[in-house]
Design a protein around this ligand. Structure first.
Ligand code: EPZ
Length: 420
């Protein structure tokens, strides 16, 4: 398995381009199952999860090919399989996003139930309850969920909690339902608004995407479209945190500051200079990094996908910061690895208290999930000496060419390829 070798400490400086959002590209790819004409997607990041989704779509009869920077997708035949096999779903939970489109477009979807995940149990009960509210018949069958409906019917459904892919799945399903669907207590992430933009371009009728209540008026059919996915606020946020962490000066280009709001407030509160320009954000830090408490929350709150990276930042801050993870019950696995580098972090269930600043020393550490691996790479940038981060395949799921982007900012980082 590939590893990263990072030599620190380093001060990052320069410009980096934001990649397209993984968590906008995955639902956009699934949405192409709804239409009966080709879809062209721009800005899709070349990360492992996108390739997994492409393999799943190919299994479902949906062909896709890269034409330069554009991913072109052509609709599959009615005869194509309509199941998402365990082999694919176990590597990527977001595979569940094909369920709504399959039931809505083909009347049947059979998806392997996503098992447990490193960061939490992550059930899909809300996805299923929502499809049942639209008239689908849901059955569990040998580790698969089997969902059928001749044609979905619009209804009102309230999510028990704001769920990102749950909102996306129901929004997609409702586009082809008979009548109007009202969804309450929706997630409001920018990736949901971006998906609605694509669906509307395909001919859907959606109001209120990005708000707690959304309305979707079903239509008989959807067509093709051309769409550019939004920049990745989590990838971009990771580089901006790295700038503040290393006492550097980084300009993130091709980004949307409004999607980064909570993070920018926290970075400024911790002592970084934050400048917002059209299409770009610049973060610099010269002075002291101050400890600042943080609680993760659904958008527009502080994103859980930046919690681990923020924790690494707080290991270098003056004082004690309290970090509370409210979204996932098991998202502190980076703590033990950071402690091996010398961090002083005390965890009590979903609360971590970070005592800083502590000098970090280079060590061999192990990535456990996508964002935990990013937090360890960041720690390697400020640690004394060499850090080796193992199981970098986690990072490759959601960061395109991170070692190249970091090296351009002055980092001493290399990928050690394994023979496996
Ligand atoms: C999305 O996951 C993202 N993934 C995650 O990013 C992100 O961490 C998460 O939203 C929260 O922001 C994609 O968009 C592909 P949720 P999702 O449903 O939709 C509970 C990354 O690093 N819940 O919003 O799976 C759930 O257990 C990944 O890129 C239910 O109980 O998350 C969690 O506690 C990791 N029942 C909470 O809701 C349900 O049916 C929020 O989860 C659905 C969710």
């Amino acid at each position: 398995m590939d590893k990263f070798r990072i030599v620190g400490p380093t001060r990052l400086a320069g410009a980096v381009a934001a990649g397209g959002a993984k968590n906008a590209a995955l639902p956009a790819l699934a949405a192409t199952l709804l239409g009966d004409a080709p879809v062209a997607l721009d800005g899709v990041p070349r990360v492992r999860d996108v390739e997994t989704m492409r393999r799943l779509l190919a299994h479902l009869g949906q062909q896709s090919e890269w034409r330069g920077g554009t991913l072109a997708l052509a609709p599959g035949g009615e005869a194509s399989p309509d199941d998402a096999p365990y082999e694919l779903v176990k590597t990527m939970r977001a595979s569940v996003l094909v369920l709504g489109p399959l039931v809505a477009r083909r009347g049947h979807g059979r998806v392997s139930l996503p098992g447990g995940c490193a960061i939490g149990v992550r059930p899909i009960d809300q996805h299923l309850a929502g499809l049942e509210a639209l008239g689908a018949r849901v059955a569990l069958d040998h580790g698969y969920v089997d969902v059928r409906a001749d044609r979905l019917t619009g209804a009102r459904f309230r999510f028990a909690m704001p769920t990102v892919t749950g909102t996306e799945n129901l929004m997609m399903a409702a586009t082809l339902a008979r009548g109007t669907t009202t969804l309450d207590n929706c997630a409001r992430e920018p990736e949901i608004v971006d998906l609605a933009r694509l669906l509307v371009a395909m001919g859907a009728r959606i109001e209120g995407a990005g708000e707690a209540t959304m309305q979707i008026q079903g239509v008989p059919a959807l067509a093709g479209a051309a769409h550019r996915v939004i920049p990745d606020r989590i990838e971009g946020g990771t580089y901006l945190i790295a700038a503040a962490l290393t006492g550097g000066d980084v300009r993130l280009e091709g980004t949307r500051a409004e999607d980064l709001t909570p993070l920018l407030e926290w970075l400024a509160g911790a002592g970084a200079d934050v400048e917002i320009e059209p299409g770009a954000v610049r973060v610099r830090r010269n002075g002291t990094l101050r400890a600042r408490d943080m609680v993760t929350a659904p958008f527009p709150g502080f994103p859980t996908d930046l919690q681990a990276q923020y924790m690494t930042l707080m290991t270098q801050a003056e004082g004690v910061s309290t970090i509370i993870e409210t979204i996932f019950e098991n998202r502190f696995q980076h703590v033990a690895e950071l402690a091996r580098m010398g961090a002083d972090i005390r965890v009590d269930r979903r609360t971590a208290r970070v005592h800083g600043p502590t000098r970090l020393a280079g060590a061999s550490v192990m990535a456990t999930d996508l964002r935990a691996s990013a937090s360890l790479v960041l720690a390697g940038l400020v640690a004394e000496g060499a850090t080796t981060v193992d199981r970098i395949y986690h990072l490759d799921r959601g960061y395109e060419a991170m070692e190249t982007k970091l090296a351009r900012l002055g980092a001493r980082v290399e990928r050690l390829r394994s023979a496996e």
